[in-house]
Design a protein around this ligand. Structure first.
Ligand code: NAP
Length: 284
């Protein structure tokens, strides 16, 4: 039997409806969530991601500010803009679209964002808090995956979750969030020998690699839940890391690409921004 499709698009729109209600409540108190996005350079994929974020902000009636800067903008100019936004009371969330041009240090830029406005959850203070279980902005993609699992009724506790990939923005926080939900977690990466032997043990399998065809049907335990984070372009078409057509015949549940994790990422950014407003006002 073919796997049940977990639609990120549907779950994302459900969460956006919930956020709309929260934004309306805030509006009644005269508060509008403000999100500032900084984009440096002309990478087409980054421009398209930022457009998506702008569209979502406008849809939710956020105060949305996009700073599109030239590739040759200096590091100091970016840092100075962040300092301004840190002080701007209309702005509750600041996001710097990665990657940055080579002459700008990502580390310095991320560390210069006020952790209270770091809605991407990349600042070391938020990363550390997430690891030790203190309140933190959770990184959007892995947080979106957890929401997809929970809202699809998938039990995480006690299950063996296998994450393929160990990047700071997806793989590592993904594994930690699954651990926080009481899964038994294995992380695989490019030096993992016999990948299939490990993936076949997964009740929940999460490829986050960036290589089409990484996961084939013979690598999946029958009935497993597969959340495909990968985004790859093959012959002009967007595909995930899984060989979708064959893996869906073995898995119990699976996410498509596009329409899976992608819509969740932007939605969780909006969620974190509303969260920031709420925290800011409860601290007053
Ligand atoms: P990344 O920084 O390039 O990390 C890729 C990870 O995959 C690395 O840890 C790497 O291992 C591992 N890997 C590479 N080849 C492998 C192999 N043959 N077997 C096992 N592991 C392998 O990428 P990322 O930023 O984490 O993103 C991963 C994918 O998710 C990309 O396709 C990206 O576009 C996508 N993504 C999607 C969303 C979304 O919203 N849908 C958001 C973010 C990212 P090493 O550490 O050993 O090199």
């Amino acid at each position: 039997m073919s796997a049940q499709i977990i639609s990120g698009k549907e779950i994302a729109s459900q969460i956006r409806e919930e956020l709309k209600t929260e934004v309306e409540q805030l509006e009644k108190k005269g508060i509008q969530p403000g999100l500032a996005v900084i984009l440096v350079g002309d990478d087409p994929a980054s421009h398209s991601y930022v457009k998506g974020k702008e569209k979502a902000s406008i849809e939710l009636n956020f105060y949305s500010v996009i700073h599109r800067l030239d590739t040759d903008t200096s590091e100091e100019e970016v840092l100075s803009l962040i300092r301004e936004l840190n002080q701007d009371s209309k702005i509750h969330g600041i996001l710097v679209q990665l990657p940055l041009p080579k002459h700008i240090s990502e580390k310095k830029v991320i560390q210069s964002i006020d952790p209270a406005k770091d809605v991407d959850g990349f600042h070391p203070e938020n990363v550390g808090n997430m690891y030790i279980g203190l309140p933190a902005y959770l990184p959007c993609t892995p947080h979106g995956v957890i929401q997809m699992l929970i809202r699809s009724g998938v039990q995480i506790e006690g299950k063996h979750a296998v994450v393929i990939g160990r990047s700071n923005i997806v793989g590592k926080p993904m594994a930690q969030l699954l651990l926080n939900q009481n899964a038994t977690v294995t992380i695989c990466h490019s030096r993992t020998p016999n990948l299939a032997e490990i993936t076949k043990q997964a009740d929940i399998l999460i490829p986050a690699v960036g290589r089409a065809g990484t996961v084939t049907a013979d690598m999946v335990k029958p009935g497993a839940v597969v959340i495909d984070v990968g985004v790859n372009r093959v012959d002009g078409k967007l595909v995930g890391d899984c060989a979708f057509a064959e893996v869906k015949e073995v898995a119990g549940m699976i996410t498509p690409v596009p329409g899976g994790v992608g819509p969740m990422t932007i939605t969780m950014l909006m969620y974190n921004t509303v969260e920031s407003v709420k925290r800011h006002n409860s601290n007053r």
